[in-house]
Design a protein around this ligand. Structure first.
Ligand code: PAF
Length: 292
């Protein structure tokens, strides 16, 4: 776009203005697809916006680096913020509006209401980041109430987050359909993530081992290998490749996220293999569906 062209994306900074815009669209018979993000957008995010465009006549993305999902000492302050670039990308793919609330808009002064999806939030990543999914559920509930979408899209890359949001929406009766968007990967399989920006060039060379280890494990499981053996092999693969430590490699039930026993019979779509590991100072997560 050159500087003389009109901007086509509407930038909205308050809940009231967003609700007003959505009301106008819905009164005209339009449907709204919503893609919540924390910005630093990459092709993975843009594919979620494309999916929203396929399922609804209007598309809204939000960009909000949510303080309640970061613990003290985590990367809230250094999390990449690239508002101008993000707006240009969203505009380029025809997103209708972007919601850019400030902290006071999402957490009005004196706000004390949290959303907790108990149990599922305390497994897997929840063991290593105990605050994380409570912050996510709280902000996503608020974002859904602000945007009132018909459909909301979340990436499968954050599979535990996606399943927790599905559960929250079901439990609280939000009138929104949650859709998972397929993980976008670089040529070596690395799942696209805003945090990949933290990787040094040397670490980036190694990072594809996360996908390679999980993929090999998923194939071995589908051929009948024992989950315990496969988890040990995947962990060894990552450490041998240069990862500093492995938080977990876990085979879980896709819906409940509860670990599957070693003797379980796998059926289509019922099992998910998830991994989290540290490469230098960057924590990478990824997951794959496992079928026998
Ligand atoms: O996945 C993310 O980017 C965030 O966790 C989300 C869903 C936008 C909530 O802050």
């Amino acid at each position: 776009m050159n500087s003389t062209q009109e901007k086509t994306i509407t930038v909205i900074r308050t809940r009231v203005a967003l609700q007003q815009q959505v009301r106008v669209w819905k009164a005209a018979g339009e449907t709204v697809g919503f893609v919540p993000t924390m910005g630093a957008l990459h092709a993975g995010h843009l594919s979620l916006v494309e999916k929203a465009k396929e399922t609804a006549s209007r598309t809204v993305a939000s960009i909000f680096v949510n303080p309640t999902q970061f613990a003290p000492g985590e990367d809230f302050d250094t999390y990449p913020r690239r508002e101008a670039e993000d707006l240009a990308l969203l505009e380029g793919i025809g997103c209708d509006a972007v919601y850019l609330p400030g902290v006071a808009e999402m957490y009005p002064d004196g706000s004390v209401t949290d959303v907790r999806v108990n149990g599922m939030s305390d497994l897997l990543d929840g063991i290593y980041r105990p605050h994380f999914f409570y912050g996510v559920a709280t902000v996503v509930a608020r974002l859904l109430l602000h945007a009132q979408p018909d459909v909301a899209i979340f990436g499968e890359k954050d599979f535990q987050q996606l399943q927790i949001i599905r559960r929250m929406v079901r439990d609280l009766g939000f009138a929104v359909r949650i859709i998972g968007g397929e993980t976008r990967r670089d040529a070596d399989g690395l799942a696209q993530s805003s945090r990949n920006l933290y990787l040094s060039p040397e670490e980036r060379q190694v990072a594809g081992a996360m996908f390679a280890a999980l993929h090999r494990a998923a194939v071995r499981l589908s051929l009948g290998a024992k989950p315990a053996d496969v988890r040990a092999e995947a962990t060894a693969h990552l450490l041998r490749s240069g990862f500093r430590s492995v938080d977990y490699i876990a085979l879980v039930d896709s819906d409940s996220l509860i670990a599957l026993p070693d003797e379980v019979a796998l059926t289509t779509g019922s099992a998910r293999l998830l991994g989290a590991a540290w490469l230098g100072r960057t924590r990478l997560i990824d997951n794959l569906s496992v079928t026998r």
